[in-house]
Design a protein around this ligand. Structure first.
Ligand code: ADP
Length: 602
């Protein structure tokens, strides 16, 4: 963990040096604080001998009877010590916060970049809520640690050592009695640290469970409402929320033990020092000033010891945070990028699947030996039973996943020979439902190609049959759409999705049942837009309703992990195999929505 955080703070070495210097000054000032009082008590009020260098400095004044002068000097020294210490503390505070904030910023960006590169495989097995909580809360604990703890551990240790040194110098056997309990206190602290770490881990786990539950519910709020499942969802949140309370209280009950234990220990030591000190003063082997220094140090002595323990709390939290961050950063479920890969200007769009085997996990093969050749400009329809792997086949083209064996070729090259972004730039994707982002319609269409001009975007929207409904909206192209496009109808979202792909003008087009969720009225508009979009492109269309791909150059039936049949509609019907079966089922059941009455689009 230290090495991890060490790597993060390395760029801020020079700032850390300034902070360290300030901390050293603070420590020195804190050690010096009781000494002016000692001089007043012992040398001004009392008649004790001065330490040699002070003797050299102040003796002439004391000789002349200028005792009040010395008292004034001591008072001024007291103020100066406070001013220097406070200035150092101010600078230290500002720069430690700055290091913490920048370290958090760096880490956030590193994590986010990694998250963007992680394969879809990662997201199908990890909850978004948990990831978000790492991106926010866990990074915050590292920030807290980086800004307050790293150096203060050092300074705390140094303060303890210096105080011990000075106390031994004043009266070594008395010091032994005064600090006798320290080892026990440290033992307690180290035990304490382990318990706190464990409890903190539990709290963090429950907290991220809250996020995960809430996120899942809010994301599908419409379904929850439609099925009247609010109470069930509330119960889910109630359980994790209650568990969080339990875990937090348990953690607090451990953490809260620290202060009382330290305070009682301080009181015990102070009592011993007062009692023994009084005896020593009466016996003449200690001065009142020395006892004052002891009392002041003792009060201060336990603060760094206690701080060390509080720091252990920050360390424990940061260690948990670091573990969770590392678990994401160390995931190498990224699609490997080929740095010297090909960067195609425009592909012709020839696609070949050559003995493909693929499964989302190794034990569960979805495709076993899939072979398929698609010529540039061809329109290929993919059909097959639900779960046969139609979407999976399509997702191998833009390398959302890499195959386990075999090769996907585009224009004669293995897809892995291309650089990822240029490859994906050549591919347009229209899915069953188009996800829109919070922003204007214009921005949402430009998502397909950020450098598209407004004219290009409007032209694309016109071709996609979206221009008219966009212009009918209050702010036209500048109308804001809500989260995920919830303010638009399904058909409108699809047409924006098509416009988005239209501006991209990519030679390969993948359609994953883009009309499946539409009623017949908006379906007509979408199909018309799609036909314009498909012109001159290699198109692979997954179809549930066979009517949509009837005119395809090639229809491919995927079943049992392989291409079970392929040919034109007429050829496959004549063959009287799987396709003909599927066709009969749809025709008999009348499930082909084109022929059945549907509600109108609102
Ligand atoms: P189709 O498009 O033919 O309905 P899919 O390609 O969507 O089929 O899915 C094929 C199989 O792979 C299904 O059994 C499905 O449950 C599984 N599957 C799909 N996506 C994932 C994923 N991200 N992680 C794990 N399994 C998946």
């Amino acid at each position: 963990m230290l090495r991890f955080v060490g790597g993060l703070i390395r760029p801020y070495r020079s700032t850390l040096a300034v902070i360290l210097l300030c901390m050293l000054v603070e420590t020195a000032m804190s050690l010096a604080t009781p000494w002016p009082l000692k001089i007043i008590l012992d040398n001004v009020i009392g008649d004790h001998k001065l330490t040699p260098w002070l003797h050299h400095l102040l003796h002439p004044m004391l000789e002349r009877g200028d005792k009040l002068h010395v008292a004034a000097l001591a008072a001024v020294a007291l103020v100066l010590i406070a001013i220097v210490g406070s200035a150092a503390s101010y600078i230290d505070n500002y720069y430690t916060e700055s290091v913490g904030q920048w370290v958090a910023h760096d880490l956030r960006m590193r994590l986010y970049q990694h998250l963007q590169r992680l394969s879809l495989r990662y997201y199908s097995t990890h909850e978004t809520g948990t990831i978000l909580s790492t991106l926010t809360a866990d990074i915050q604990t590292i920030q807290g640690f980086a800004s307050s703890s790293t150096l203060s551990i050092l300074v705390d240790l140094l303060t303890i050592l210096c105080m011990l040194g000075l106390m031994f110098w004043l009266n070594w056997d008395f010091t032994l009695i005064a600090v006798a309990v320290t080892p026990f206190l440290l033992l307690f602290v180290s035990r304490f640290k382990k318990a706190v770490k464990k409890a903190t881990h539990e709290v963090r786990k429950e907290q991220s469970a809250i996020l995960a539950v809430a996120q899942q519910d809010l994301e599908s709020i419409q379904v929850v409402k439609a099925f009247g499942q609010e109470k069930v969802e509330e119960k889910l949140l109630f359980d994790v929320s209650e568990a969080t309370v339990g875990a937090a209280l348990k953690a607090r009950s451990i953490k809260a033990l620290l202060s009382p234990v330290v305070n009682i220990t301080v009181a015990l030591c102070t009592a011993v020092v007062l009692w023994r000190g009084a005896a020593l003063i009466l016996a003449g082997s200690m001065t009142i000033g020395e006892l004052t220094v002891y009392l002041a140090y003792l009060a201060k002595f336990f603060k760094p010891v206690k701080d060390l323990a509080t720091t252990t709390n920050a360390v424990a939290q940061a260690a948990v945070g670091a573990e969770r961050i590392r678990s994401i950063l160390d995931t190498d479920a990224v699609i490997p990028e080929n740095p010297d890969g090909l960067e195609p200007e425009t592909l012709a769009g020839e696609i070949e699947f050559d003995h493909i085997a693929f499964g989302y996990d190794a034990d569960n093969p979805i495709l076993t030996d899939l072979n398929l050749k698609i010529k540039p400009g061809q329109f290929v329809g993919i059909v097959g039973p639900t779960g046969a792997g139609k979407s999976t086949v399509v997702s191998l083209i833009p390398r959302f996943y890499d195959v386990q064996s075999g090769t996907v070729h585009i224009d004669g090259h293995d897809v892995r020979e291309y650089k990822l972004k240029p490859l994906r730039d050549q591919i347009g994707y229209v899915l069953q439902d188009t996800v829109l982002f919070r922003g204007t319609i214009l921005e949402n269409i430009a998502f397909g190609r950020p450098d598209a001009t407004k004219d290009e975007i409007i032209a694309a929207a016109k071709l996609a049959n979206a221009h008219d409904f966009i212009m009918a909206m209050p702010n036209g192209y500048d109308t804001l759409v809500g989260d995920r496009g919830s303010t638009l109808s399904g058909g409108q979202r699809q047409r924006i999705g098509i416009a988005r792909v239209m501006v991209r003008n990519s030679p390969i087009l993948l359609l994953d049942e883009p009309t499946a969720a539409l009623d017949s009225e908006s379906e007509k508009l979408v199909i018309d837009a799609l036909e314009k979009l498909m012109k001159g492109k290699t198109v692979i269309a997954i179809a549930h309703r066979l009517s949509t791909i009837r005119d395809a150059d090639q229809i491919v039936v995927i079943a049992g992990g392989v291409v079970a049949e392929s040919g034109t509609h007429d050829e496959l019907m004549a063959k009287n195999g799987l396709y003909a079966d599927l066709h009969r089922t749809q025709f008999d059941a009348g499930s082909d929505k084109v022929e059945s009455p549907q509600p109108q689009e609102q």
